[in-house]
Design a protein around this ligand. Structure first.
Ligand code: AVJ
Length: 319
């Protein structure tokens, strides 16, 4: 049996088609908007890695602290044989979990980035030769399509990426997760928590300007993939806290009036001076809200853990 398999449920050209569709609709509507998944080409993924090491960006460190402190409890509560990780990226924090899960024999990382998956799998297999790794190139917003692997299964969605979805998308996502889980399986969810505005905004507008570069990188992706002529320097990075929705919004604000051409779509995009393009929402949560959203999908939260400072939460839920 081969210890490593890679399956694409996302045809190589589906990514290109989805980007074209998102740019065509998102840049011709008011207000302009693009989904955050287009940040993550090789450069964007590297910039995000850099973000996770910034002094202002606490979520990664807070979540790692919880995983390290609670890995044995998670292992005891789940006795998982399969770990499915959605949006696995570099699988960095997962290593602590894998080390603790003595019963684990299958790891299924799911990501839109094939390079992130193969890179992460190499390191993991070197450390855990007993593990069968079935990597999945997929966009879980179009359904989960998980391979049949041994139960019990633990489905992990870490990093607070759930916050990139709007409330309606979240409930659809939780329902899809619930449909994948049988009795004995569990969901491990990472959620960033509501806190003071200053801390939140600084996490998305760091002094070194890495998040600004990450935000502007989406324009570079569109330039390369759709032959567009955006100048990232024509835009300012904006991060603001919406206290009513309880989410951070990242935007790109045009410094002056401009027109960008997108030849692949036969499109010219007009920006008025000061006009903003919304590139990401990152919702922050409260315990009662997370429990209620999961309960609405038929998932009962059995464990709720936070870091010492109460900045971030990891929860375990069962069908
Ligand atoms: C990877 C989605 C969890 O929303 O905090 C980091 C992405 N955006 N800085 C987040 C991000 C700006 C990050 N997630």
């Amino acid at each position: 049996m081969s210890p490593f398999a890679l399956t694409r449920t996302l045809p190589a050209d589906a990514t290109a088609a989805a980007l074209r569709a998102d740019v065509a609709t998102g840049l011709t509507r008011t207000p302009k908007e693009l989904p955050p998944k287009w940040f993550y080409d090789a450069r964007g993924s590297a910039l995000f890695d850099e973000i996770t090491r910034l002094p202002e960006y606490y979520p990664t460190r807070a979540e790692r602290e919880i995983i390290i402190a609670r890995a044995d409890e998670i292992a005891a509560a789940t006795r998982a044989r399969t770990l499915v990780e959605l949006g696995s990226g570099s699988s960095d924090k997962t290593r602590h979990l894998i080390r603790a899960l003595a019963s684990l024999d299958h790891y299924v990382p799911v990501d839109v980035s094939e390079s992130a998956l193969t890179g992460a799998a190499e390191g993991l297999l070197a450390d855990h030769p007993e593990l069968t790794v079935h990597a999945l190139v997929a966009d879980f917003q179009y359904g989960l399509h998980l391979p049949a692997t041994p139960a019990p299964r633990l489905l992990a969605f870490l990093g607070g990426t759930i916050g990139n979805l709007r409330p309606q998308e979240r409930s659809a996502f939780f329902a899809a997760v619930r449909a994948e889980l049988a009795p004995g399986d569990a969901l491990l969810l990472g959620t960033d928590l509501v806190k003071d505005e200053r801390t939140l905004v600084r996490a998305y507008d760091d002094a070194a300007g890495v998040t600004a570069a990450f935000n502007k990188n989406v324009l570079t992706v569109i330039n390369r993939e759709l032959e567009a002529d955006f100048d990232p320097e024509d835009f300012d990075h904006v991060a603001l806290w919406d206290p009513r929705q309880e989410w951070i919004e990242m935007r790109l604000r045009a410094r002056g009036a401009l027109v960008a051409k997108v030849p692949a779509l036969d499109l010219a995009v007009n920006f008025a001076a000061g006009e903003e393009l919304r590139t990401e929402i990152s919702a922050k949560f409260r315990e009662a809200g997370v429990r209620a959203e999961l309960a609405a999908a038929g998932l009962e939260t059995t464990h709720w853990w936070t870091d010492e400072e109460g900045r971030f939460a990891l929860s375990l839920s069962v069908p």
